[in-house]
Structures are given as structure tokens and as C-alpha cells.
Design a protein around this ligand. Sequence first.
Ligand SMILES: Cc1cc2nc3c(=O)[nH]c(=O)nc-3n(C[C@H](O)[C@H](O)[C@H](O)COP(=O)(O)OP(=O)(O)OC[C@H]3O[C@@H](n4cnc5c(N)ncnc54)[C@H](O)[C@@H]3O)c2cc1C
Ligand code: HEM
Length: 446
Amino acid sequence: MMNAPATPTEVEARIAKAPRVEGGPTAVPPGAVDTPFPADSFRPAATSGPAEADGTSMPTRDAELVRRSLAEIEPIADRVTSYFYALLFLRRPELRDMFPPAMDTQRDRLLAALLAAAGHLDDAPALTAYLTALGKGHRKYGTRADQYPAVGEALTGALARYATASWDAETEAAWARAYATISRIMIDAAAEDERTAPAWWQAEVVSHDLRTPDVAVITLRPDRPYPFLAGQYTTLETPWWPRTWRPYSFASAPRPDGLLSLHVKAVPAGWVSQALVHRARPGDVLRLGPPTGAMTVDHAADSALLCLGGGTGIAPIKALVEDIAEHGNRRPVDVFYGARHGHDLYEMDALARLQKTFPRLSVHPVTGERGRLPEAVRSAGPWQERDAYLSGPLGMVRRGVDVLRGAGVAAERIRHDFPTEPALAQPGQLRSGACMARTPSMLPSR
Ligand SMILES: Cc1cc2nc3c(=O)[nH]c(=O)nc-3n(C[C@H](O)[C@H](O)[C@H](O)COP(=O)(O)OP(=O)(O)OC[C@H]3O[C@@H](n4cnc5c(N)ncnc54)[C@H](O)[C@@H]3O)c2cc1C
Ligand code: HEM
């Protein structure tokens, strides 16, 4: 039997009194706080709801109510995030072990995705594509369908606490429907994926080549075939930091021998990148999540390509060029390859070799301070008729997108896997596989 619900303020007061634990937002004895909202409200919809794959969108009124509360919490997203996780782990302490030991830099992703998805309820195709990739990706965390209601309750508990001006029974009901829709799409996608793909792959390091003092090219042999498209990325977990997953792009098109290669730059104090560059050795075994990402090439198109790769951002660009060359495509490709110093342009030789087999490739090395790469591209235009691909530090990608838009390249021709807006993206910005959630680990690190 359920106890009388505690108000959000009561919940927070109890959380504030509770002892803090290392790595988690707050620890409170199990059962210390009642559930303010009945769990049944957040059960996944029985069948895919408003934003279904058939293109039916969430009723506009619900979307409007959801957006109103989103707008209210946007300036205080950090506090909402802390409260969300505190509620989640308070009520379901056993879920804490699924998350990384240190959640300080990463924790906003789950909530930010929920909020971004809820803000796109009336954009069914984009929402479905995004949540399908997310649901599949959650299999590697061991997420189960019966855990979704707890996340929904924590979400609504946090919204009720912080969206005070817009929160009422109608808004709460709209959020319950929204969450049911979101979770149903993710759960269905995971179940469908389970029929054909593993939750993760194990991959053995077969070679480790230090190309600069802080960039390693790592070659992996997956334990079973790993299907992906050139330009995509994976997420990986190392044995040294369990449950800490980071995205890395594939540095070549799919190879006949099935091996995978990654370029990793060790960032200062970076948990995963330092381990991959300075600790990993042949024989070590990593775990890989499923491939994802929107930087793929449509081989039916014939427009010329413009690619910007900064630092290890050259990895997926090289994969794309290989893919185009292998398809016998005759599209011209211009690659602008940027780094601070000439010796950091560690893939120049590989690109020169590619040029021999694919003469329609032009490579433009750019060195110098931040901002040089987009500026070099701007001055070398015109680019209006190009399909553009960008990969590298977040700042470079953002500036690059601005430059390309300013040069007349249509938004739908520009592809990258970073958000150009912070956490709550604008409607229409959700793309399959693109991570919409703001995360410090996406900050300049390549
Ligand atoms: C789609 C996608 C594809 C990616 N592909 C690649 C790839 O192919 N190769 C690659 O090397 N990386 C790639 N990254 C970045 C990668 O996922 C990690 O973010 C990066 O390796 C840092 O992770 P970490 O665990 O080492 O650092 P974290 O432990 O996440 O960060 C440690 C601290 O360092 C800060 N920090 C991060 N970068 C820097 C920096 N450059 N300078 C100073 N402080 C910093 C963080 O904010 C944090 O405070 C990609 C990211 C995305 C989103
Ligand atoms: C509709 C519901 C949910 C949404 C929108 C969502 C969204 C996200 C996002 C965007 C991330 C960031 C990494 C990634 O893209 O995979 C993430 C990570 C994660 N999610 Fe979810 N999630 C949801 C439900 C759940 C549930 C029910 C669980 C199980 C308890 C869960 C467990 C996790 C874990 C363990 C991580 C890894 C955290 C990290 O790496 O810091 N999620 N989630």
C-alpha cells in the first residue's frame, strides 16, 4: 500500500539533511522519502503513443504544456538535474550501481535528453528516430523496461519542485503522457534490437600506435561482426573505468578483415582518453556499444563534399573519403584538416595515400590558433552547392557551422554529431543518432 505522498518540498528537505556520498549526488536511507507521484502514471504507453512511427504527433496542447514547464526550468537545469538524480537514487538505490562512479561531468545527459525529447513531442519523425537510437544504446547499460517508471517519477518529481509557476494537474498529466510515449519508443526499440544484435561487443586491442605524444591509433578486433557505416561512431567502456562510456569515431570505412580503428587524443585529466592512450596495450579488451551517428554519406547523391576535421576529428572524415572512393564515386571532396601545429597533423601521410587512389580528393592543411580552420574554409569558398561534414572540438564545429551557414550552405546539407545549441535544442534539430544532450565530455577534446 502506498503511503501519503510527500510534497516535493518535503522531499527536498529530507534530501538536504541526508549524508552525501562520493560520486553520487546524495545518499538517503531507502524508504526515507515517499513517492510523490504514483508509479503507474509513468508506465510506458501500452502501444506507441502520440509520437508514433506512423507519424502521429503528440496533441498540441500537451506539447504546449510540456514546453511551458521546460522554459521555466531551463535557466536552473543544473539544480533540476541534481534533484532528479537525488530522487531517483533515493527511491531506487539499486539503480546507482548502473551509473558511473563519477557523475559530475556526465550526469546532465539523461535529463537533458528527456527534456529535449519532451520538447519535440509534436515532431514525430525526429523524435522517433532519436529515441530509437537512444533505446538501442541503453541495452549496453543493462537498462530494463521495468526501470523506466522510476525514472519517470524522478523526472516529474523534479519538475514539480522547480517548475512551480507552470505546474498544475493538467501539466502533470501532459508530462505523464509524454514520458509514457518517450519510454515506450525506447523500450520497443531495445526489444526489437535484441532480436538481431548483442547489447554490446567485446573488442580486443590488436595494435596501439602512438602517433603524437598524446594521440594513439588503436586497432580493435570485435568478438563478432560489428556492422557500421563510414562516418559513424561507437561508445566504449574500458576495463579501468567500469560503466564510464565515451564516444569515439571509427577512423576507417568497414574493412574486409572486420578490424576497427580509432584515433584517441588524451585530454588533460581525462578518465577514458588517458587510459586508452597511455595504458591500453594489445590484448586488453574493451566493450563497444552499437554504432550510431548521422555523418554518413548518401551514395545516391552526386553533390561535391566539403569536410572539416579538427585534431582527431579527421578520423570519421578519412572514413568517409575511403567510403566514397570504395564506391567508385566521382564526387569531388575537399578536406580541410586543422591542428595547432604541423606535427599534430598526424594523418597527412594517410590522406596523401588516399589521394593517389582517389584523385578527386583535395586536402587543405590548416595550422594555427583556434578559429583558423573555419576561417580558412570561409576564404576558400564558394561552398553553397556542397554537402558538408564537420568533426572535431565542439568550438570548431560550432564556428564551422556558422561559417558554412553564412556562406549560404543550407542547414540540411550540414552534418555533424554535436549539438550546436545547449541542452534544450530547438524543434527540428533532433537527428537520428545525434546526441542532443549537452555534456562537458563533448567539450574541446579532440
Ligand atoms: C560523437 C563524438 C565522437 C567523438 N570521437 C572522438 C574521437 O574519435 N577521438 C577522440 O579522441 N575523442 C572523441 N570524442 C571525445 C571523447 O568522447 C571524450 O569526450 C574524450 O576522449 C574525453 O573523455 P575523457 O573520459 O578522457 O575525459 P573526461 O573524464 O570526460 O574529462 C575530464 C575533464 O577534462 C575536461 N576536458 C575534456 N576535454 C578537455 C580538453 N581538451 N582540455 C582540457 N580539459 C578537457 C572535461 O570537461 C573534464 O572536466 C568524441 C565525442 C563525441 C561526442
Ligand atoms: C525515457 C527515458 C530515458 C532517457 C530519455 C534516457 C536518456 C539517456 C541519455 C541521453 C544518456 C546519455 C548517454 C547515452 O546517450 O546513452 C543516458 C545514459 C544512461 N541512462 Fe538513460 N535514459 C532514460 C531511461 C533510463 C533508464 C530507465 C535507465 C535505467 C535505470 C537509464 C540508465 C542510464 C545509464 C546507466 C546511463 C549511463 C550514464 C552515464 O554514462 O553517465 N536510463 N540516458
